[in-house]
Design a protein around this ligand. Structure first.
Ligand code: E4P
Length: 218
């Protein structure tokens, strides 16, 4: 399973990258707004230099023609950029065109298996089902991941399932169990994956026993 960080914050991305287990980055307009990005293309270029893996950068246009123009500009930023497109009719058309042009895409804002099926048929590189936002409204986000993985496996679609809107480490565990290809998560969740109180207390005990041993040898 690949781990992406869901952030436009350069410090967070640097910290995640330093862990040595980061496979890519996803951003969206809200995440860019959160850190006050002024020069969008320059900011994406910086992220693309910081990580070797795929970096998703989202269009803000909503018509086919505008998405093509904006997406081509984004695609030209770096080799590891992936154009993020919303799951609307014009977005699907744009994904189909980008696929034919060899431009990689991340189809975002997916909330149903039918949407995921259409995105795969258009040739999206990634599909981003937002599981946390479904859980937020009392739907079953993980059931959506399971449905998409099953459908893509049934028909050998190459589109990778990028579990998004992840809220906590157990979402990552369940997505891994279900066979999602990628999990994108905030830095807090990425760091949460390695935490266990028994590891901390066990290490404290090992170190204090070692110190006692050293003191007794003096
Ligand atoms: C995915 O690419 C999105 O940026 C993201 O996961 C949305 O998550 P949120 O529901 O926490 O905003």
């Amino acid at each position: 399973m690949k781990f992406f960080i869901d952030s436009a914050d350069l410090n967070e991305i640097k910290e995640a990258e330093a862990m040595g287990v980061l496979d890519g980055v996803t951003t969206n307009p809200s995440l860019c707004a959160k850190v006050g990005v002024r020069d969008f293309e320059g900011h994406v270029a910086k992220i693309c230099e910081m990580v070797a893996g795929d970096v998703s950068a989202e269009v803000v246009s909503t018509t086919y023609a505008e998405m093509l123009e904006e997406g081509r500009r984004i695609a030209a930023i770096a080799d590891n950029v992936v154009v993020k497109i919303p799951l609307i009719k014009d977005g699907i058309k744009a994904i189909k065109t980008f696929t034919e042009e060899g431009i990689r895409t991340n189809c975002t804002l997916c909330f149903s298996p039918t949407q995921a099926l259409i995105a795969a048929k258009a040739g999206a590189t990634y599909i981003s089902p937002f599981l946390g936002r479904l859980d937020d409204i009392s739907h079953d986000g993980l059931a959506l991941i399971e449905d998409i993985v099953t459908i893509y496996t049934n028909y050998s679609f190459q589109t990778e399932v990028l579990a998004a809107s992840i809220r906590h480490p157990m979402h990552v565990v369940e997505c891994a169990r279900l066979g999602a290809d990628v999990a994108t998560m905030p830095l807090s969740v990425l760091e949460g994956l390695l935490k266990h109180p028994l590891t901390d207390s066990g290490l404290d005990k090992f170190l204090s026993d070692w110190d006692k041993l050293q003191a007794s040898l003096k």
